[in-house]
Design a protein around this ligand. Structure first.
Ligand code: MG
Length: 244
């Protein structure tokens, strides 16, 4: 499982979205806390953050095709359940859900990490095909279109609710390879989630790389601390890749 990617073979990359390329700004905890406050409920942002983390991790909502299957309606159900779980005190959970759903659909609610635009540009110039592959839902299309750092460089977007299966299901990674037009052995998946982005990708025959922005360095998986390091990993192999 800890095998390094074969950099000379990689012709396409699937990037996870949240935590890898983008993050919510303001934070999820701040946005949920404000939504509760609008309904007269005061909560500690740190408590909200811990609740969100717990409810986001619990994967109890599935589509009609079993574990890890999904579609747009399933994702709405998932997020409704998360909102109710994180903010059980509020009197009108449905209106909070509508507000929060809308909030996170807007590009201005998200920010790219500073290393994203330079890295995507450098990888594109090396001739590497770039795909965003995410367990976000259809709202991600509008978010990506509204963030120039992504819209300028990303070739394709693969979203679990459109594929029918969430990461780490092999069907998701097969769909991503199909979008890139490449066999799995030429595709690298990069993300901040060990199971969803890396172990699942490796099981499906792709290469996997953990983006560990905290740089703990203790994983038994290939990892980088930022996207600049990812670009540098390619550099010895970049000669002859680009348009020059
Ligand atoms: Mg992520």
């Amino acid at each position: 499982m800890s095998e390094r990617p074969r950099w000379d073979r990689i012709a396409g990359i699937v990037f996870d979205a949240v935590g890898t390329l983008i993050k919510p700004d303001p934070s999820v905890a701040a946005v949920y806390t404000a939504a509760a406050r609008r309904q007269g409920v005061e909560l500690e942002p740190e408590a909200v953050r811990a609740r969100f983390h717990a409810h986001f991790q619990s994967d109890a909502v599935h589509g009609e095709n079993g574990v890890l299957s999904t579609d747009e309606e399933t994702e709405r159900r998932r997020w409704r359940q998360i909102v109710v779980g994180v903010l059980p005190e509020i009197p009108e959970p449905e209106s909070a859900f509508d507000e929060l759903w809308e909030h996170f659909s807007r590009p201005e609610s998200w920010r790219c990490f500073p290393d994203v635009a330079p890295a995507l540009r450098a990888l594109k110039l090396m001739g590497i095909e770039l795909c965003v592959g995410s367990n976000f839902d259809g709202r991600l299309r509008g978010v990506v279109q509204g963030l120039p750092e992504l819209a300028s460089w990303v070739d394709s977007l693969v979203i679990s609710s459109e594929v029918g299966y969430r990461k780490p299901h092999a069907s998701f990674f097969r769909a991503a390879c199909a979008h890139l037009g490449l066999p799995p052995e030429q595709v690298l998946c990069v993300g901040d989630d060990l199971e969803n982005d890396v172990r699942g990708a490796i099981r499906a025959g792709l290469s996997g790389l953990v983006l560990d922005r905290g740089a703990s360095g203790t994983l038994d998986l290939p990892q980088v601390a930022n996207l600049t390091a990812l670009v540098q990993s390619f550099s010895p192999w970049s000669v002859g890749r680009g348009p020059w």
